[in-house]
Design a protein around this ligand. Structure first.
Ligand code: FE2
Ligand code: FE2
Length: 166
């Protein structure tokens, strides 16, 4: 039997999915990336996004409360897949290419978050939850800025490492 039968239940479920991702990023994944990377600009960008990510966790928790629900995380299989892929890439890749691997992981994660928040804000809007839309938009806008930053650094690092290898 289906457990999710209404748009509101689906919204709450998807909210739990992004809560899982944001908590994982704040508690484990971003600190781990920060400890791995060599490039200073990238490390600083990750450190500032870690701060923002802590805010994302509390914004998502606030959306739960607005809906009269207790914040409850749902294991996100998509993010688990991204993490598993990243760990495998680290094993297979030489140390001087770690920044490129981590920039790819960061870009994939930001794109995942952007897709999640765009879906969530659309559902919140349809349900007439305008205050929730505002909080989701705040997170979405920081994810988009973070992605642009990662892409900019990625272009520089790709060019530098291709030059070094030539
Ligand atoms: Fe986030
Ligand atoms: Fe993010």
């Amino acid at each position: 039997m289906s457990e999710i039968t209404t748009p509101r239940e689906l919204f709450v479920h998807e909210l739990g999915d992004i809560l899982y991702v944001e908590r994982q990023l704040a508690d484990e994944a971003l600190p781990k990336l920060i400890s791995e990377v060599q490039d200073t600009e990238f490390r600083e960008a990750l450190e500032s996004h870690l701060e923002e990510t802590r805010g994302h966790v509390s914004n998502v928790e606030r959306v739960f409360k607005m809906l009269g629900e207790e914040p409850s995380a749902e294991k996100c299989l998509g993010f688990e897949g991204l993490k598993a892929e990243h760990d495998k890439m680290l094993e297979e890749t030489s140390g001087d290419l770690i920044d490129s691997v981590d920039l790819g992981a960061a870009a994939r994660t930001e794109n995942y978050e952007i897709a999640a928040y765009e879906g969530l804000r659309r559902m919140a809007k349809a349900l007439g939850e305008d205050e929730a839309v505002e909080l989701l938009d705040a997170n979405l806008s920081e994810e988009k800025t973070a992605l642009r930053e990662v892409e900019k650094i990625s272009t520089r690092v790709s060019n530098e490492s291709a030059k070094q290898a030539a």
